[in-house]
Ligand binder design. Sequence first.
Ligand SMILES: CC(C)(COP(=O)(O)OP(=O)(O)OC[C@H]1O[C@@H](n2cnc3c(N)ncnc32)[C@H](O)[C@@H]1OP(=O)(O)O)[C@@H](O)C(=O)NCCC(=O)NCCS
Length: 176
Amino acid sequence: MQSGITIRPLEDADFTGFLEIQRVALASSPDVFGSDYEWFNSISILSKEQRYEKYLNYPYTFLLGAVREDGTVVGMVGFSSDPVLSKTRHKCRTWGLFVIDEYRGQGVAKRLLESILETARDIVGCEQIVLSVSTRNEASYQLYLRNGFNVYGTEVHAMKIGDEYVDEYLMVKFLR
Ligand SMILES: CC(C)(COP(=O)(O)OP(=O)(O)OC[C@H]1O[C@@H](n2cnc3c(N)ncnc32)[C@H](O)[C@@H]1OP(=O)(O)O)[C@@H](O)C(=O)NCCC(=O)NCCS
């Protein structure tokens, strides 16, 4: 089912596809992402568009998509770095990894992550990449471990959902 899927940075024209996968991600995985579904529904389309535009600065800040031939975005991951800040530009971050249900278990997330690591190391020149993952999210935790990330700390009560707290592992991979 993975044939015909291209891994590429999302562009202006992918805005609608991005909104759809973000909606599905926030609705189906509330304990995984910092943003919430109610917030997503409450903000205007203009505000969504303005936020999206901030992620169109490849290779420094972008959304990497797994995109079907018909333009449907079936997977996505974010990447941020700041080449201007001399003391911290050796660090970068990845966040928001998500693959829609029907495409899971076929290596899509692995391809997204490998591509992010390649861009970070070979194009941006980052020395280390960080991420955070819920301590309950075994699938993602395993994926990151297998791709060379290690835990360097735990943020206790990183999120509060209703009355329940979610802790997060802080993970890093050194790229050189
Ligand atoms: C986690 C997620 C992105 C994995 O996507 P995917 O495309 O199915 O993952 P892949 O097929 O590329 O699998 C890559 C590796 O991830 C790990 N993995 C994926 N699904 C897993 C599962 N259900 N249980 C344990 N490990 C799993 C495995 O290590 C796997 O490698 P392997 O196939 O060699 O064993 C997907 O399940 C998802 O979107 N989950 C909800 C959102 C989420 O948790 N995002 C992460 C936020 S930090």
